[in-house]
Design a protein around this ligand. Structure first.
Ligand code: ADP
Length: 471
């Protein structure tokens, strides 16, 4: 089957979070299973686009209301990512370094989607499946169904995967004329709560909807930033499929980003060397347990509580623990986390920013990973931590609930019910007791590295979904 994956992110082309990891891996594994999966993302002006070679395979124009933009389709020459990568260049809108957070994001992603569909129409392509990821590509299912220009794609099955239902891409009716002409009697398929809502539209129009974990599908029927009723209504066509991780990228034996590679046989030594690297770099004590947090510093991740969690834990266990934070996001949280360095020298440090290499070393060198998330549709960090022998401490929510079982229940991690300072610091205390029992701690670290969250298994589930849509 020929499957197009449409997304704003794709690792290593452009990454902000987990969406990139999924879109950079799933198509590769689909191809290894005999499918023909391709990826289409915008051509941002970033390192990957500058440093790789492309063929221009098509050029055209698109209309966005009264604006006319030229676009070109650039295909990466080597297919080195394990799939054909196409980047759509619309210089006025995407010739910038970042993926999101520009005032004209609506215009940017709408143009991206229109350019993609124009390309298919202008070159007479009839793919088997259009797989859309999140709201940035959420208007495609509507457009192929109801826009006159794309009539020949009307029977092409569309699939929406919701990676994060909090962000929906709303815009006002003043921008309705941006959409290519469509059957106006279908306007209701664009609308939710008085605005045009691309995610809601995709939930309504896509032939099938998946979420990135089964628990998240249950949760968004009750908490989905206003889309609860819609999701409940569309539940019969919805399915939760737990994400996998790219075990070729996330491999302790070969990972070129970590300080020391290791295998199951010598993981104690390997992890100790990665930890020693971190401790010398960030002025921490390698004999004490090292807790880390890696991620976006936003409310969803519970990051607003991190400064307090750190100070309470560091105060309770004076000199007995290390905490090292890697993240960026809310400027107030960033400031507070940086400020803590002045009070807990030698036991605490924070790197504010995005750093892929440091993230890898942290998964390898930390003892425990904190994930006090309020919302976690799947969460990849805990799966990377498990694979690298780091024990996750998670709030029972979404994909965290599906992937981590508390050690008190015969499992291999530490779970708590609430995103609260008390619950997290209590879990840290439990972790310290575990750390002190070296035999138990090592056995657990060994167990978690063997848990299989590879994409091979997961790709099969997606193929079954695609096949059900083709029949
Ligand atoms: P989300 O997509 O909600 O941010 P996920 O757990 O699905 O969360 O994926 C987060 C991904 O982004 C992981 O690969 C994680 O290692 C990475 N990541 C997040 N913040 C940073 C950062 N500051 N530096 C490096 N990697 C980061």
């Amino acid at each position: 089957m020929e499957i197009f994956h449409l997304s704003a992110e794709c690792y290593p082309v452009a990454k902000v979070g987990g969406l990139a990891d999924v879109v950079g891996a799933l198509p590769k594994y689909l191809n290894q299973s005999g499918q023909y999966a391709k990826v289409v993302v915008p051509a941002y002006n970033n390192k990957f686009f500058q440093e790789n070679e492309y063929d221009i395979v098509h050029q055209g124009q698109l209309k966005l209301g009264y604006f006319l933009f030229s676009y070109s389709i650039a295909k990466e020459k080597t297919n080195k990512l394990g799939f054909e990568l196409y980047q759509i260049a619309i210089p006025e809108l995407f010739d910038r370094p970042n993926v999101y957070s520009y005032e004209d994001d609506t215009e940017r992603f709408l143009s991206f989607q229109i350019a993609f569909l124009n390309w298919l129409v202008e070159t007479n392509q009839y793919p088997d499946i259009l797989h859309c990821h999140d709201h940035h590509t959420g208007l495609i299912p509507f457009m192929v169904q109801h826009c006159f220009n794309y009539q020949h794609l009307r029977n092409t099955p569309t699939l929406l995967t919701i990676h994060n239902g909090q962000y929906q891409g709303w815009f006002g009716y003043d921008k309705l004329h941006y959409l290519p002409q469509f059957d106006l009697s279908k306007i209701g398929y664009l609308e939710w709560n008085g605005t045009i809502n691309p995610l809601a539209s995709a939930i309504k129009c896509a032939w099938k909807v998946t979420t990135v974990s089964p628990s998240y599908l249950d949760e968004i029927s009750n908490h989905a930033n206003g889309l609860e009723n819609l999701l409940r209504w569309e539940r019969p066509k919805s399915l939760g499929i737990l994400n996998g991780i790219d075990t070729e990228v996330w491999n302790t034996k070969t990972d070129p980003l970590i300080a020391k590679n290791y295998t199951l046989k010598d993981f104690k030594k390997g992890k100790a060397e990665n930890k020693a690297f971190l401790c010398s770099h960030f002025n921490l004590n390698p004999d004490k347990p090292l807790f880390t947090f890696i991620g976006r510093l936003v409310g969803e991740k519970g990051a607003d509580l991190l400064p307090q969690i750190c100070s309470v834990a560091l105060h309770q266990h004076q000199g007995e623990i290390n905490i090292l934070i890697l993240g960026s996001g809310d400027p107030n949280v960033e400031k507070e986390l940086s400020g803590l360095q002045n009070f807990y020298h030698g036991n605490y440090n924070a790197y504010i920013g995005y750093n892929e290499k440091l993230a890898h070393i942290l998964y390898a060198g930390a003892d425990f990973l904190l994930m006090p998330s309020r919302v976690e549709p799947c969460g990849l960090n805990q799966m990377y931590a498990l694979r690298y022998g780091t024990i996750p401490i998670v709030r029972r929510t979404g994909g965290l609930r599906d992937t981590v079982i508390d050690m008190g229940d015969g499992g291999f991690g530490i779970c708590h019910n609430e995103t609260s300072v008390f619950d997290v610091t209590h879990s840290i205390s439990r972790a310290i007791v575990l750390f002190q029992d070296a035999k138990k701690f090592d056995a657990m670290r060994k167990t978690v590295q063997q848990i299989d969250h590879s994409w091979d298994k997961v790709a099969t589930q997606y193929i079954e979904v695609y096949q059900s849509l083709k029949n």
